[in-house]
Design a protein around this ligand. Structure first.
Ligand code: IVH
Length: 706
């Protein structure tokens, strides 16, 4: 392709001619792609044209054409549901449900940062908008793309739709060159009611709540539909950005306002937990009259340098929390009690309720936790609900907070059902249900021979934070297992070959067409490459959650290393066993669950069959900037005085070090704080390099991200 002249060297006449040419070329490409389903130019070429158009428009703002591709809305959507990888992941927030949780949040942060109670620590407090989050990318002041959150790593491209929202500027000035603003798309109560009235007049489906209406409107393949829906947008955060907006959260929000974004007027800078709680109460009082839905208040550490030090847990920032409004309640009747069997065999009782609306959502089930909970006893043997049990036929008060599964608060009126008898056998496979000493939960002893456990393990395997296969969710797993198409993870990866093209079989099923079947196979094929941590989490081993899976993946580096170690740790003895137990964050119970899993022949065979279909990627090593501690095993001991233990660990890990809790010949560095004792002695006797806390900080200085 001929290289185009640099825009800075062009005359207005040249630019104008080229803008016209691009507008025509892109319009033709849109028609070929959308209306004729016959693309004439490649996606890369199309994107290059779009970028060139944006560059020309930035340099010659007066020449922006009415029919410019940057302005285009309407049916000519290029990529309604293309994918966009978030350069900075879009995370969720941890929750606080009480004032005590908020005070605990402040304490945790102070501890992590080693800030004493008498030192000031400011937070912003702002409403948590009940909508859906959206990331808007501006390059040189021009909106180039918009993406939904998706799974947090990859979202859906909804650029054309986002451009129809009045609160979203197409162009801004004075922003960093690369500037990704994030916020919430929502619909006001008034607009929601008008939309539903119009839907019902047309005989179309009404939306359950403003959030669903906003989501349904933004995720339209045809942006002319989105354009007719009254969506709004509040900006409250940023992602990829070439320079910071300010030094503080509050400063950044104000800057977003100056750049032309709507920012929430109830955002307030607070100096203490007491002040944030006061502001929470203030917002709660106004909740009913705001005119849009909010479901809590979000608190964020104001100082961005402190935010950077605090960093993230696997999915949530340490520096922010959502303080949710209290649960909503309703009364209803318990119609049945069903026992479900989970992926680790746990028998979980669930109450089937006469359907009732709680906070805008129809609820027909509530969790009953376990046998004792039904009886009216908590995990310490103390009475709950004044010791009253729950029976079929009871009139109960239920409550739900946010996305949490509804629970029963109390029995309001006793029905005429008998006392519930908790089963002694698995209701699915008939194996004994065993409740071990000191455990609240009874478990089916059937393992992989229990159909319920197998299905639940498969559902976990395909879930969002594990393999996350588009088009293969819990429902499809149920259907596919019932039809005998899959019974273990490896089967997913042979689906297509077992069916030849596969499409024919799938299309005979309700809801599947050629396109969706092909999409499913594509999604499956995409996951043949899987990061080690996702695989470890996806196996569904008891006690191994997402963050432990990440710890293990970081520690062992790759699959062969991990698998060899698990096999070598047989009988919970020997060096491999000791090493596993020494990993900071892996306790004996989890270590035992891991080793036992890999020594259970059926489980091992299932894993062996699965991995033949996979390319397992070692965990992406964090940006270590040539850190001298990358790959080293480090132990912290004694009292650290300059940074907290948690921060020392998080920083070391972010530089690629493995943090271990005990000293062995494999330890590379021991960092000894004040009053270090036996670990220091052991390190000295083994000849392990020991550093003071200051020496450690000097060693890593200059290699951290900030
Ligand atoms: S901050 C890294 N601020 O809540 C944290 N989120 O539960 C970035 N949300 O996915 C999020 N209002 O969709 C933030 N004022 C607010 C918010 C807010 C609503 C949503 C957002 C996020 C979810 C997390």
């Amino acid at each position: 392709m001929k290289t185009k002249p640099d825009v800075s060297e062009m005359t207005e006449a040249q630019a104008s001619a080229e803008l016209e040419q691009i507008a025509q070329a892109m319009a033709a490409a849109d028609i070929a792609y959308h209306q004729n389903d016959a693309p004439e130019i490649s996606d890369a070429k199309y994107d290059a044209l779009k970028q060139r158009n944006a560059a020309l428009e930035t340099a010659f703002p007066d020449l922006v054409r009415d029919d410019s591709p940057s302005k285009k809305i309407g049916a000519a959507v290029r990529s309604g549901f293309g994918k966009i990888k978030h350069i900075v992941p879009m995370l969720s927030l941890g929750n606080a449900f009480s004032d005590a949780d908020v005070i605990e949040f402040d304490k945790r942060i102070r501890k992590f940062l080693s800030i004493s109670d008498d030192q000031p620590l400011a937070y912003t407090a702002e409403p948590k908008i009940d909508g859906l989050s959206l990331a808007l990318r501006y390059e040189n002041g021009v909106l180039v793309s918009a993406a939904t959150r998706g799974d947090g790593e990859t979202g859906e491209e909804v650029s054309q739709n986002a451009k129809t929202i009045a609160d979203i500027p197409h162009k801004i000035s004075g922003a960093p060159d690369i500037f990704e603003v994030r916020g919430e798309v929502y619909m006001s109560h008034k607009d929601f009611e008008a939309l539903n009235a119009a839907q019902s007049a047309k005989g179309d489906k009404e939306f359950a709540n403003p959030r669903n209406a906003a989501a349904g409107s933004l995720r339209q393949l045809d942006s002319s539909i989105t354009a007719k829906r009254p969506l709004a947008f509040f900006a409250y955060a940023w992602g990829d950005i070439s320079e910071p907006l300010a030094n503080t959260q509050m400063g950044s929000i104000k800057r977003l306002g100056k750049l032309g974004f709507s920012i929430n007027p109830l955002t307030k800078l607070c100096q203490s937990p007491d002040e944030i709680i006061e502001h929470y109460k203030n917002i709660e009082v106004q909740r009913a009259t705001l005119g849009y839905d909010i479901d809590g208040v979000v608190y964020k550490v104001n100082d961005l340098a402190l935010q950077a030090r605090l960093g993230f847990r696997s999915n949530t920032p340490r520096w922010a929390i959502a303080h949710k409004f209290p649960a909503e309640t309703a009364t209803t009747i318990v119609e049945a009690i069903e026992i479900q069997v989970g992926r680790t065999g746990a028998l979980s009782p669930v109450a089937h309720l006469a359907p009732v609306t709680v906070g805008g959502v129809v609820v027909a089930r509530a969790t009953l936790h376990n046998e004792d909970y039904i009886k009216g006893v908590d995990s310490n043997g103390q009475p709950i609900r004044k010791g009253g049990d729950i029976r079929v036929g009871d009139l109960v008060e239920i409550y739900r907070a946010g996305d949490v599964i509804p629970k029963i608060r109390e029995v309001i009126k006793r029905g005429d059902g008998p006392v519930f008898q908790f089963p002694e056998k698995c209701p699915i496979c008939g194996s004994d249900a065993i409740r071990e000493e000191g455990e609240a939960v009874a478990r089916c002893s059937g393992g992989f021979s229990c159909a319920a456990q197998r299905i639940e393990k498969l559902k976990h395997f395909v879930s969002r934070n594990a393999f996350d296969i588009d088009g293969l969710g819990a429902k499809q797993v149920e259907v596919f297992t019932q039809d005998g198409w899959i019974s273990e993870p490896a089967d997913i990866f042979t689906l297509q070959e077992r069916f030849g093209s596969g499409v024919q079989q799938l299309r005979n099923r309700e809801g599947w067409g050629d396109k969706s079947a092909q999409k499913l196979f594509d999604a499956i094929n995409e996951r043949r490459n899987i990061p080690l941590n996702r695989l470890l989490f996806g196996l569904g081993i008891r006690h191994v959650g997402e963050s432990s899976a990440m710890t293990l993946a970081r520690f062992y580096g790759d699959w062969p290393g991990f698998e060899t170690a698990m096999m070598a740790a047989q009988n919970h003895k020997g060096e491999a066993w000791e090493t596993l137990n020494s990993i900071d964050g892996i306790g004996t119970v989890m270590a035992a669950a891991l080793v036992d899993f890999f020594h259970e022949p059926r489980a091992k065979a299932i894993v062996d069959r699965l991995v033949t279909h996979l390319e397992i990627e070692p965990v992406a090593v964090p940006k270590t900037n040539g850190s001298p501690v990358a790959g080293k095993t480090v132990v912290f001991t004694g009292t650290l005085e300059l940074v907290s233990r948690a921060e020392a660990k998080a920083t070391a890990e972010s530089l690629g070090a493995k943090v271990s809790g005990s000293v062995s010949a494999k330890t590379d560095i021991l960092v000894a704080g004040a009053k270090a004792g036996s670990k220091l002695k052991k390190a000295q006797s083994l000849g392990v390099k020991t550093l003071t806390e200051q020496e450690w900080l000097d060693l890593i200085a200059g290699s951290s991200d900030s």
